[in-house]
Every structure is written in structure tokens, then in C-alpha cells.
Design a protein around this ligand. Structure first.
Ligand code: ZN
Length: 308
């Protein structure tokens, strides 16, 4: 596909006459996801004649041609981004960022303290962009056989509460894993004081023997930071990592590892292969074990007792 050269850029409010062009842009922007999720993404199925009556559309044009759009609505006290789409010929030029910043400015001008958005959990590049721009994950919701990730960002509000402390988040993820029938192990990655990724075990749900909480958060954090090295990052996990995860932690160049309970049977940090002490291990993080250990150990014991 030929890339459009930059030209005169304009931002205008969408009107009923724009519906066909909006539909065309959205279809071209989202069709790449069809194979990944096995259906047309929701924005491709929207009736834009109707949506234009209720939602606000801000259209970014380059030399008169529709290049990107952001669709927003006001839901109670929150400004919600319903759709952010960039035409394939105009991608990787910062138009997504620009329109999101525009939506944030609209929300702030409206006196709102928060802006929200949601995306399919499989749309990795979207999650990466939103994470970079300061959006934090609020919750996940099952949607048409997949999962929608709801994220939000506080706007110009100094007292905006800090995200839950890393340990609380890791334990929340462990409890959520247990409720899905997975081993109750949770983890999160912290970068510059902020939690940028969290997950619980998903080996059963994902039919993936490598889907340990640590591997999942390392992958997510690397995507969010757009970097295969997590040099300044710390990982919190409720159980001593196994050999696979210790290897992943080393490859990721994580700065610190905090784990809660020791795992005499499967652990590879203080137990078993003691991975970080081996000569063949080329990066060892600082390790802090035993924090909230009994809480984590009890959670595991209760879980396996209930399953026997
Ligand atoms: Zn593991």
C-alpha cells in the first residue's frame, strides 16, 4: 500500500454527510483484526448514521481526505472513547495519539476528571499505545467469546489516587486466577512507580503450559514499553518462580524480583536449580522473597485442598 504524504491537516466535527466515509475508514482500519478474533470487530458493524446522532465524531483530514477519527460519548461522569481509528495509509504517524490527546482535552474542557476507553485484549498494539499514554486497566469484560479491556486515565487531578500497590494487585490477580479454576498465582510489573502489566496464571484457560503469571506480565510489559528488555522494571509475584519463569526474568533483564511464598517443590530461585546462582545465568535481578508469604501459601493450600 502506498503511504500518503503529509499535507494540510484539519480537524473537524463529523456531520451526517460523513457517515459513508466514516464507515469506509473504520472498515479499512479494523479489517486486519478479523482473522485474529474470528469475526468483524464491533466498530465495523456499527450503523454510523445512527451513531452520528448520539456520539461525537472528530475527523482528522489530510488534504481533505479522512485519515483518522475519534468517536466519543459522555457516560455519567466519564468521557468515553468509543472508537479511535486510523486509515491504514496514515498509520504510524502519531494521528492516534493526536486524536486521543484531543479527546482528553475535550473531556477536561467539559469539567470531567476521567476519560475511559476499551479495546479487545487481542489488539496488542492498541493496549501498548494506551499504556504508554498513561491509561491504566480498570477491568476486563467477556464480550462475544473474547475479552474487552476497559482502561481509564485521570485528567488534571492532582489527588488522582495512585494505582493499587503492586502486592495488592498481584494478590488480586492470584484470587482472580483461582476463581477461573487456575492455580492462584498472580504477578505484576512496575515501571517508574506505576503498574504497567498484571496477570494471573492462565495455563488452563489459554491451553498454554507457558502461560504462567510471570511470563504473561513480562510479555505484556515488553509490548507496552515497546522494548524486549525491561531493564528498569520490577516484578512482583505471589509464588517463587519456576525454572522457566526465572529464565524469562533473566532474559528480560528485570531489575528486581519480589516474590511472596517459597515453593519447595517447583521453585527455582531459592530452591531446586537456584537459577540465578548458576554460571550460565547472565543477568540476575535483586531478589526479595518472603513478603506476605503466609498469605500466598494459605491461598495455594486452600485452593488445592478444595480441588482434592
Ligand atoms: Zn513459572
Amino acid at each position: 500500500m502506498e503511504r500518503e504524504k503529509n499535507g494540510v491537516m484539519t480537524l473537524e466535527l463529523g456531520a451526517p454527510k460523513d457517515a459513508p466515509e466514516i464507515r469506509e475508514l473504520v472498515r479499512s482500519a479494523y479489517s486486519k483484526w478479523i482473522e485474529l478474533i474470528g469475526r468483524e470487530p464491533r466498530p465495523m458493524t456499527v450503523d454510523y448514521d445512527e451513531a452520528l446522532k448520539t456520539n461525537r465524531f472528530d475527523l482528522l483530514r489530510v488534504n481533505g481526505r479522512l485519515a483518522a477519527l475519534v468517536e466519543t460519548s459522555r457516560e455519567r461522569d466519564q468521557f468515553l472513547v468509543q472508537n479511535l481509528a486510523v486509515a491504514p495509509a496514515f498509520q504510524h504517524r502519531g494521528f492516534g495519539r493526536l486524536l486521543l490527546a484531543h479527546a482528553e482535552a475535550l473531556a477536561a474542557a467539559d469539567g470531567l476528571e476521567e476519560i475511559g476507553l476499551y479495546t479487545n485484549r487481542l489488539f496488542a498494539e492498541n493496549l501498548q499505545l494506551y499504556g504508554k499514554l498513561g491509561y491504566l486497566v480498570d477491568r476486563e469484560e467477556d464480550y462475544l467469546g473474547g475479552v474487552l479491556v476497559h482502561m481509564s486515565k485521570g485528567l488534571c487531578r492532582p489527588e488522582y489516587e495512585a494505582p493499587p500497590a503492586p502486592w495488592d494487585r498481584a494478590f488480586d490477580e492470584a484470587r482472580a486466577a483461582a476463581s477461573r479454576g487456575e492455580a492462584p498465582i498472580g504477578a505484576c510489573v512496575v515501571h517508574e512507580g506505576k503498574i504497567i502489566a498484571s496477570a494471573g496464571n492462565r495455563t488452563i484457560g489459554d491451553r498454554d503450559p507457558t502461560a504462567h503469571a510471570e511470563v504473561l506480565v513480562i510479555r505484556a510489559a515488553a509490548k507496552i514499553l515497546d522494548d524486549e528488555r525491561l531493564t528498569g522494571c520490577d516484578l512482583y509475584v505471589t509464588l517463587e518462580p519456576c525454572a522457566m519463569c526465572a529464565g524469562a526474568i533473566s532474559h528480560a533483564r528485570l531489575r528486581r524480583l519480589y516474590f511472596a511464598a517459597e515453593d519447595e517443590k517447583g521453585g527455582a530461585v531459592e530452591n531446586g536449580p537456584r537459577f540465578f546462582s548458576q554460571k550460565t545465568c547472565h543477568h540476575r535481578p535483586e531478589v526479595y522473597g518472603g513478603i506476605r508469604a503466609s498469605e500466598a501459601a494459605n491461598m495455594l493450600r486452600d485452593f488445592f485442598k478444595a480441588r482434592r
